[in-house]
Design a protein. Structure first.
Length: 427
């Protein structure tokens, strides 16, 4: 007997959507929606399309540009960007910081100017492999090598002021002049100080896209408060009741160590509670012997350990809370003085010479003096030391707030991304 045919399946009535017409469909992404404008998530939670960037720099020695690059690259990695750092030289003092942030580093290993062709070929090969959307180069030599490697999109980074080419070494002067001649070829140029941009324009630098982007900082990385002060002073074996003035800079004529020592010597003689700490590459008795010999007060302070020459320190960020005042004595060349911003982020007072962005950072005419004037620098330090402790603390807290508000690494990264987008669109 034939089997009865199965009944036809019942037609399913489509469910009416309860979603209003025109309403956005709920995201199936695991990422939370961007609510940063309403303040429900901090700026760090904003999501963006990942970008592939190769940063090219001379080396990863302990310098302002190098530290700023690492901050930027680490922030990119936290956002999911594909970031690689390429160095021309093998100097890698800050390599552990890059490793800790998960930022890969490749070193070409150039030993002299004769290695320029090899550097270009090696970089060109790595760019073919990595396929970056943007190459961001830092400093004059790296700018030229990156340009010769012919990436699809290249942005130069200029990191200093340039009041007088005569103050630079011969090879550096040639690199700067070549940069001026070829400055129209990259897809953009960024400077970290208005004064630096204007001075480079004056010697021929010109590009369709020019941007001033200051250095950025994460104030939460810097120690702050009484406990941080006690810990930092214990690290340096500094008396708890001392008034500590610090100077942190590599030994170079532009940093004017001689001017700082001339300014501080009479204060060490007159203020017995004062301890001066100096740090930086080649900042020791051997390299500063001629400057130290000019003032007997400096020799006595060394013997009494009231003048400390510590050389290069890799733990500077954790040491700032040990200081009451940080001084920048640069005579020229400074664009955006990291040491001032880092000290301010740690709630430490600052006095500076009027070079680069120092005046904009400090915002106190009494604490900013003309460069190469040790007498005026001494007067500014002396006046700050005469302020009441409550006044010093209030000024320091204002400075810390200013760094957090105006110079956050998040805001700086967004400005770089905006510049990179414009450069990509303009190619």
């Amino acid at each position: 007997m034939p089997r009865a045919a199965a009944p036809a399946p019942r037609a399913r009535t489509p469910r009416r959507s309860t979603r209003r017409r025109g309403a956005a469909r709920r995201s199936t992404s695991r990422c939370p929606p961007d609510r940063s404008r309403r303040g429900l998530y901090p700026l760090r939670r904003r999501y963006h399309r990942a970008v592939r960037v190769v940063h090219v720099i001379n080396c990863l020695s302990l310098g302002g540009a190098e530290r700023q690059l690492l901050r930027l690259a680490a922030e990119q990695r936290r956002d999911g960007d594909a970031v690689t750092i390429v160095t021309l030289l093998d100097k890698d003092t800050l390599r552990p910081d890059a490793d800790a942030a998960g930022v890969p580093v490749r070193a070409i290993g150039v030993r002299s100017a004769l290695g320029f062709p090899r550097a270009v070929l090696r970089l060109r090969g790595w760019l073919r492999e990595l396929e970056p959307q943007v190459v961001q180069s830092w400093l004059y030599y790296a700018n030229l090598v990156a340009l010769a490697a012919k990436p699809k999109v290249l942005v130069w980074n200029i990191r200093q002021t340039l009041p007088d080419l005569a103050g630079e070494r011969l090879l550096m002067r040639r690199a700067i002049r070549l940069g001026a001649r070829w400055s129209g070829l990259p897809h953009g140029i960024v400077c970290n100080a208005r004064e630096g941009l204007e001075q480079h324009r004056a010697i021929g630098y010109a590009n369709a896209i020019e941007e001033i982007i200051p250095n950025g900082f994460d104030v939460e990385r810097f120690g702050h408060g009484n406990e941080a002060t006690r810990t930092a002073r214990a690290t340096l074996d500094l008396p708890a009741d001392a008034v500590v003035v610090a100077h942190a800079a590599r030994r170079h004529p532009m940093k004017d160590h001689a001017g700082f020592l001339e300014a501080i010597a009479p204060l060490l003689e007159r203020r017995r509670e004062l301890v001066v700490v100096m740090m930086g590459r080649e900042v020791d008795e051997t390299h500063l012997s001629a400057d130290l010999a000019r003032h007997a007060a400096l020799s006595r302070a060394l013997a009494e350990r009231r003048l400390r020459l510590l050389g290069e320190r890799l733990d500077l960020e954790s040491l700032y809370p040990a200081f009451d005042l940080v001084v920048s004595s640069s005579a020229w060349g400074e664009a955006f003085p990291n040491v001032l911003a880092e000290a301010m982020a740690s709630g430490v007072g600052v006095v500076a010479t009027d070079v680069g962005e120092s005046r904009a950072l400090v915002e106190d005419p009494a604490r900013v003096v003309p460069p190469s004037r040790p007498d005026l620098l001494r007067a500014a330090i002396d006046a700050w030391l005469d302020r009441s402790e409550s006044r010093r603390r209030a000024d320091a807290e204002l400075g810390r707030g200013r760094i957090a508000e105006r110079y956050s690494i998040r805001a700086v990264l967004e400005r770089y991304r905006s510049l990179w987008r414009r450069a990509i669109e303009a190619r």
